[in-house]
Design a protein around this ligand. Sequence first.
Ligand SMILES: Nc1nc2c(ncn2[C@@H]2O[C@H](COP(=O)(O)OP(=O)(O)OP(=O)(O)O)[C@@H](O)[C@H]2O)c(=O)[nH]1
Ligand SMILES: [Mg+2]
Length: 234
Amino acid sequence: MAATAIIAAYNEEATLAEVLTALSSSPLIHEIIVVSDGSTDRTVEIARGFDVTTIALKENRGKGYAMRVGVDYASNDVLFFVDGDMYNVTQQHIDDLMLPVMNGECDMNIGVRHRGPVLDFMHLKLKCGPVLSGIRVMRRKVFETVPQQYQERFKIEAALNCFCAKAGYRQRETIIYNLGHVIKESKRGVRSGLLSRWDMSREVFLLLFDLYLFETWRWNSPQDEPVADFDLFE
Ligand SMILES: Nc1nc2c(ncn2[C@@H]2O[C@H](COP(=O)(O)OP(=O)(O)OP(=O)(O)O)[C@@H](O)[C@H]2O)c(=O)[nH]1
Ligand SMILES: [Mg+2]
């Protein structure tokens, strides 16, 4: 099975090169697509320095939309979504995430950063809170089960978990050790980072009611969205 790595990146100039270096060295990854989500820093320039497809959205459209654009351009059945703000990405991390899907053991494998034995146990075994990590590998059919109205901003991960389960596809979580990432408060400053974290948390919290209680997708058909304007560098 061939695989495409998709990085939806919004102003990730500090870490993107390291992520792309690691992905480019993996024999499991056959294509890499960077979707710059209206970045205003050097994200596009950095991506263009690698042998990858770069899609530069002219306006910021949110993470889920950027991922969807990446999926539309991907040529392969296995999709590896990677956040652009990680560091210390090793070949072992990539193998641990990719191989269960490539070997047909599951349809979606979510990479969960190790946070100590107690927190890992509460999160993954006792199911305290949703698993919202953005680093995940899946078959294309899993992404396509998500109704379009949930393929937006930070809704996408919670929606993938929900619709993957509803469709009966097999989902797995894999703990990843020693993977660093830069949090919003460091990237954007404390005030703006905290505001953005609040927005993201509120969006996901409200969404969980919709997904598991109100199920509004059953009667609300998606609105037509304006198609994003972008530059494509292949
Ligand atoms: N914040 C944000 N991230 C985006 C957007 N579009 C794409 N992304 C990318 O989505 C990934 C995750 O975004 P983050 O803001 O780091 O969210 P997070 O990792 O859940 O939260 P942190 O704990 O702050 O790291 C990164 O690779 C971003 O570059 C956007 O509009 N806003
Ligand atoms: Mg992050």
